[in-house]
Every structure is written in C-alpha cells, then in structure tokens.
Design a protein around this ligand. Sequence first.
Ligand code: T3D
Length: 264
Amino acid sequence: MSFETIQYEENDGYAVLTLNRPERLNAFTGVMHAEIREALDKVAANKANRAMILTGAGRGFCAGQDLNDRVMGDDDAPPPDLGHTLETLYNPLVRRIRALEMPVISAVNGVAAGAGANLALGGDLVMAARSAKFIQAFCRIGLVPDGGGTWLLPNLAGRAKAMAMAMLGEPVSAEEAERIGLIWKVVEDDALMPEARKLAARLATQPTAGLTAIKQLITAAASHSLDEQLDLERDTQQRLGRSHDYREGVRAFLGKREPVFKGE
Ligand code: T3D
C-alpha cells in the first residue's frame, strides 16, 4: 500500500500507521489527513487487525498542523477558517481513533507538539521513547489546545498541570509525562518499536470486543456519574457475557489451558 505522507503495514494481527514527513517532523497537511483516513478505513475493514500502533518516522512523532499551509498574507487577506479545519479534519480524526474497535498504542518516538501531542495522548496505551517530549505549542501562536487537548490534559494530569502546559507551552519530557499520568510509560529509545510491536501482537490474541468495551467505558466515565457508569457496566457485561471470548475464557480457566480468543 503506497502513500505519500504515511506508511501503513499489517502484520501479525495488528496494523502500524507511521506518519511520514520526517523533514517537517511529520506535521499535518490536508494530504496527510486524507491518507490517515484511508489507512484507518483499512484498519477497520480487516477483521484480522486487533490492535493498531500509531508512530512517526524520523526524530519526531508529529509537530501538529503544518504552518506552511497557514502563511499569513497581508492584513486585508481573509484569515483561514480554523473552525472549519477542526470540524472537517482534526475532530473527525480524534473521534475516529477513539471509536476504533481495538486498542490503539501511541508509540511516541520523538517530539509531539500541538495537535500532534494530543493525537498521541488520545491513544489508549501511550508509550514514549525516553528522548520524546510533549509540547502544547498552541499558546505560542495564540490558539487553544485542540485535537481534544482541553479535555485530555485535565482528565489525564489534572487542572493545575493542564493549565501550565496549555498556557506556557513548555516541553514536558517523557519521564515527566509518565510521572504525572499523562502517558502510560517511558521506554529506552531503541526499545520503543520492539516493545510496541510485542504489545500489539499480544493484544491481538486477547478478547478484542472486551478491550474495546473497556476503552468505551473508561472514556464514558469522564462525563458520567457513578450511577450512570454502574448501569453502563451492567449493560456491557450482559452483552459480553454472551460472547464467544467470555465462554472461551471461562472454559480455558477451568480446563487449566491457554484460551484461544477470537476477538468476538
Ligand atoms: O491550523 C489549523 O487547522 C488549526 C489546527 C491547529 C493544530 C496545531 O497543531 S497548531 C500548532 C502547530 N504546531 C506548532 O506550532 C509547532 C511548531 N514547531 C515547533 O515549535 C518546533 O518545530 C518543535 C518544538 C516541534 C521542534 O523543535 P526542533 O528545534 O526540534 O525542530 P525544528 O528545527 O523547529 O523543526 C525541524 C523542521 O521541521 C524545521 O524545518 P527546517 O527549518 O529544517 O526547514 C521546521 O520548520 C519544521 N517544522 C516543525 N514543525 C513544523 C514545521 N514546519 C511546519 N509546520 C510545523 N508545525
């Protein structure tokens, strides 16, 4: 499968989507958005894909919007409609990744800035190379964190850290990101992709429908009361209790053997 701005691979039960404009730290362009959409269609269309890795080529993960596409003309020229780009490009991307019916691993190989940082943080399991850093660069150009940033940051790291990151735009190291709960874990630079692949291959053997439900419930919890969440757990467990993988899991446990999950 050949793309201009990304690489796409399917392997061993999982897909790898690599942002691939290393000379621009994988900054987003319209073409890249379109290619990511096409790749996500492929991920979802193939039942054999039961996990996805999102990463970047070169020394960066993603530097957010390519600002070369936002060159300001003279003051009389009409400004770009950023509401339109969020509505048509960034918001659908974030929603699409959240809705993907499999775990998404962000393997953050280097600097993640602007919408690139929030794309990374929106993954379900976020791993970062020790040299990676996260920058809410928006305030430096008069914008607010987008790509879900104003929701993700306080939910992950709390209001105080969210405010400082969003208002100061300073780099947060991978180690600090792990310490404050922004990401799951830091690994050595050269271990990042081997570890991400090992994790994706393992997830691809697990009960995918159950993992997808975990992702949905934990996301829903951010806006639900305990009562609402208890109801959702009841309904979800009722559905999963009728699934192949639940039957298989219980039978395997009682039979003292390894389960063979189908993902359904
Ligand atoms: O516009 C809309 O539709 C609304 C949506 C907005 C979403 C957003 O993401 S807004 C935020 C946009 N991103 C930024 O403001 C980040 C800009 N980049 C940086 O601040 C720095 O590049 C980094 C902190 C990310 C990395 O710094 P450093 O020193 O490691 O690398 P560098 O030298 O700045 O960058 C390397 C090259 O990539 C360089 O090109 P050159 O000089 O070698 O030809 C640089 O210009 C280019 N580059 C990096 N980020 C961008 C970029 N080119 C275009 N757009 C970028 N975002």
